[in-house]
Design a protein around this ligand. Structure first.
Ligand SMILES: [Fe+2]
Length: 192
């Protein structure tokens, strides 16, 4: 099977989730606090919070990047592993705008890119992430690399992706969802 095409993804989104207001995103993230993750010993909200915390440490002033880290896997449990990037992007675009959505959309391609472009990256992948890499299309070929690098959000998507790999640590103490409410509301209010 081939990954869903863009038009198919748009049609699929209402079956999964499409958010219209930041309060809906906050409520959904809250639900992820009881949703087991595919990585052992974590719920989905743990992973989101650890990813956002990583990005805040790297780019403290880039609130949109941090929010992208918080929501990058928001449709992970609602659709196929191949498509959760684009389904998630379409779901959050109405609330947070294009930059957050584009970063979400690129986070799987960033993994496929980094396993070729960064010799140290593959060793950071979890066993689950290595397994899903093949389902997600495997490593990029030369044409895919060129297309990825041409995207204006490509380098920030790589930052998000590296934070993603570092956000799978059971029991890690990071700020909870309450600490992100003002940031989520701010980025939603500032969307172009
Ligand atoms: Fe993730």
């Amino acid at each position: 099977m081939t990954p869903m095409q863009a038009a198919d993804v748009e049609a699929f989104v209402p079956l999964a989730t499409r958010f219209n207001h930041v309060d809906e995103v906050i409520a959904f993230l809250t639900e992820l606090g009881t949703s087991p993750m595919t990585e052992p010993g974590l719920v989905e909200l743990d992973h989101a919070l650890q990813c956002a915390a990583e990005l805040k440490a790297i780019r403290p002033d880039d609130l949109a990047l941090q929010v992208a880290g918080l929501v990058h896997d928001i449709c992970h449990g609602r659709c196929h592993i191949r498509d959760h990037d684009r389904v998630g992007a379409a779901a959050v675009r109405p609330v947070f705008g294009d930059r957050v959505a584009n970063l979400v959309a690129l986070h799987v391609d960033a993994k496929r890119y980094l396993v070729v472009a960064d010799e140290n990256y593959r060793a950071r992948l979890s066993a689950v992430s290595l397994k899903t890499l093949e389902l997600q299309g495997g490593t990029m070929d030369a044409a895919e690399i060129a297309a990825f690098e041409a995207h204006p959000d490509a380098q920030d998507a790589c930052l998000l992706r590296k934070a993603d790999e570092a956000a799978k640590e059971p029991g890690r103490d990071v700020p909870g969802l309450d600490a992100w409410i003002d940031t989520l509301r701010h980025v939603a209010a500032m969307r172009p």
